[in-house]
Design a protein around this ligand. Structure first.
Ligand SMILES: [Zn+2]
Length: 310
């Protein structure tokens, strides 16, 4: 009897323990499920707000000063249908230094200026022969446009084109209202440029004459004979490319030793006579924006060709 009582008590205790344990486990499970549900909802909300910030306000995620407002908006505005997949930061174009591509410096001279200067200067270093500082230039027979206006128009467009191609450009003038002699222009170019390109337009008493030519000094030039060869290469490269691009008549690269703007140079130099302003058709053509683009391309191609030859 006694042992029976003890046995029953033992079973009852075990039963109680099992029931208690069972209840504990069940309660724990319910709490866990609840927590998980909450977590899921929080996660969902966070996810939504992140996406909206992402798509609307990519740049300001970190420095957003009104986070509450943007959260309010989440409830009002419908979710965006398109969420950018690409979360990589936008690539900004790397600024390219203009003189970093080929390192060549081109001095460009737009021939003439608003008013010529008839004062004299030596034809070259040490020369007793004197020449007018800068002539007034010619004028379009049909358009009445002055040479100094055409040369600067082309020089400015050529500067932009050359910079696009990676050159550094030294402009001898960017305005009409200056007073620079041909010697001074050469001396400015000598200071740091690799080559000097001088832009001019031609004039002839014969209105039928048309075409382009370039000028370089001869080997026997007493001032710059030592750079004649390089000047010739530059003059030939430019006239070939210019005439190919513009289809102007090619009058070739010719020798001239009486140009003070060449004789004061210490770097390869050429003058391009881009066309005849005395020829009505060529004068008009040189004022046509489409033809001017070809003029610019042609000269730039010639400069490219000169450096590629080196
Ligand atoms: Zn001229």
């Amino acid at each position: 009897m006694k042992s029976n009582y003890g046995k029953n008590l033992f079973i009852a205790i075990i039963f109680c323990i099992v029931v208690t344990l069972g209840l504990c486990v069940a309660a724990k499970q319910m709490i866990k499920m609840d927590e998980e549900r909450e977590e899921k909802e929080v996660f969902k909300e966070l996810n939504n707000s992140d996406n909206i910030q992402d798509s609307e306000n990519k740049d300001n995620i970190v420095s957003d000063q009104k986070p509450d407002e943007s959260k309010l908006e989440i409830k009002i505005t419908p979710e965006p249908t398109e969420i950018p997949q690409d979360t990589i930061e936008p690539i900004e174009p790397t600024p390219v230094s203009k003189d970093s591509i080929n390192g060549k410096i081109i001095a460009l001279d737009a021939g003439h200026q608003a008013k010529g200067n008839s004062e004299k200067e030596p034809l070259g270093p040490g020369s007793t022969e004197m020449k007018a500082k800068v002539a007034s230039g010619t004028t379009g027979v049909s358009t009445k446009v002055a040479e100094y206006i055409l040369t600067l128009d082309i020089a400015l467009a050529l500067r932009d084109e050359l910079e696009t191609r990676g050159y550094t450009v030294l402009m001898i003038r960017e305005t009409h209202d200056i007073n620079l002699s041909n010697r001074e222009r050469a001396e400015l170019a000598n200071e740091g440029a690799d080559i000097f390109v001088r832009l001019h337009a031609n004039g002839s008493e014969n209105q039928n004459v048309s075409g382009a030519l370039t000028i370089y000094p001869s080997e026997s030039n007493e001032f710059v004979g030592n750079i004649s060869n390089e000047c010739k290469k530059l003059a030939q490269a430019i006239i070939e490319e210019y005439c190919e691009t513009t289809e102007a008549k090619n009058q070739g690269a010719i020798v001239m030793d009486n140009m003070s703007g060449i004789n004061w140079c210490t770097i390869p130099v050429t003058i391009i006579e881009m066309g005849y302003m005395s020829n009505p058709k060529e004068d008009q053509k040189m004022q046509d924006p489409e033809y001017q683009k070809k003029m610019v391309q042609g000269i730039a191609n010639g400069i490219d060709a000169y450096f590629n030859e080196e």
